[in-house]
Design a protein around this ligand. Sequence first.
Ligand code: DOR
Ligand code: ZN
Ligand code: ZN
Length: 419
Amino acid sequence: MILRNGHVIDPANGIDRITDVAFAEGVITAVADNLPADGERELDCRGAYVVPGFVDLHVHLRDPGQTAKETLTTGTAAAAAGGYTAVAPMPNTSPATDSAEKIATLLKRSESECSVKLLPITAVTLGQEGRELADLAAAKEAGAVAMSEDGKSVMDITLYREALRKAASIGLPMFAHCEDKNLVAGGVINSGMASEKLGLPGITDAVEDVITARDLILAGETGCHVHLCHCSTAFSARLLKEAKDAGYPVSGEVCPHHFAMCDDEIPGDDANYKMNPPLRSRADMEALLEAIRDGIFDCISTDHAPHTAEEKSRGFVKAPFGIVGSETAFALSYTTLVKGGYIDMPTLVKMMSLNPSRIAGHTGGTLSVGAPADIAIVTGEECRIDARYFRSMGKNTPFDGRRVYGKVLATYIDGTRVY
Ligand code: DOR
Ligand code: ZN
Ligand code: ZN
C-alpha cells in the first residue's frame, strides 16, 4: 500500500514534508518521494497529514464490570476514530486490574475485541484499596506498561514509597493521579468563580498540588519514573519543570479539556462539565498553554471517561466525574494549540504519538522503516463536534456543538484499516 503525496510528519526521523509512505505485511517499508507504483494499492493523501498513530496513555474502558458505560470494543472503536492506534486503559474497572492474570486476560481479549492496541496498566494496590501492594513484577511480566491508582492517589506514603521502590527496580513507570483525599472535602467543581456562582463545594488547587509535589519528590528519591496524569493547575506545571530541572525521572501529561476550556465557561449545573481534576480558572488554563508552548509537558492524554446519560443527568453533586475524549482530542488540540499558535504540527504529533509511546515503552509513535504500520491520516479542516456520532457509548462531553479544526480521516493498525 502506498499513501501518496500526504504531508508526512514523523518527529522520530525529523520528517515534515510532502512525500509517500509505503507499507506491506504490517510494517512500514519506505518513506520517500515518488515511490514506484509497482501495482500496489494507493491512496491519494494530498491535502492531508500522514502521521504515526496517536497513543493515549490515559483512557477508561470500563470493561469488565461497567459495560453500560463502555466496552473494550466500543472504547477502542472510539480511539480508532480519534486517530489512536494504542491506548492505555486505567485499572479502575470492576474488578480492578490488579494482577498478572487480569493483565493477561485483557491482552487475550484485545485480540478479538479491540480495534487498537492495548497497553494495560496495573493497579498499585489490590482492589485499588490502598492497603496491600499488587504483585507489580508479575503484572509487568504479563504485559503491564505502568502502574496507576487512577481515580485516586495511594494516600499511605510509606506503602507508596515501597511501591515506587519496587517499580524502580523493575523499570515500571508510575502514572500518578494526584489528589489529596483529605483535602477534597466533598468538592465537585473548581474552587473559585465556578463554585461561588453555582453555590457548589469547591476543589482547591492544593488538592492536586500537594500530591504532585509529594510524587515528584519521591521520583527523585526512589528513581521510579513518575508520570503526572492530567495536570490542571499552574503550580503543577511549575513543579514539573522544577523536578525536570533537578534531573528527576518525571514526565507529565495534559488533557485537552484543561487547556481548551476553563471554569468560567460552565453554563450551570450541567455534569457534562464535571471531571476530576476539574476545569480550572482561566489563569490556570493560560499557564498550561504557556507550559505546553515551553515544552514542559511531554504528552497529551485524554482521560476518556465515559458515563451513561442517566448518570450525567444528575447534576454536579450527584453525577460521577469524567468526560469522553478519544474522539475530540485531535481536533481540540489542533485548534487550540496549533491554530492558536502555541506549538507547531510536528510538536503536536510528538506529544500525541512519539512521546507517549516512549513513556509506555511501546514500539509505535514513528514511521521508521520496519516499524509497525500504525498510522493516522488527519486534516485541519473545519468541522463541528457532534456527540451523536461518537463510536463511544459515552456522549458526555462539554464540547458538543463546538466548531473546531481537525478531522481524522483514517487509522491503520499493523497496515490494516480500522477506521
Ligand atoms: O474525571 C475522572 N474520571 N477522573 C478520574 O480520576 C476518574 C475518571 C473515571 O474513572 O471516571
Ligand atoms: Zn485521574
Ligand atoms: Zn482517569
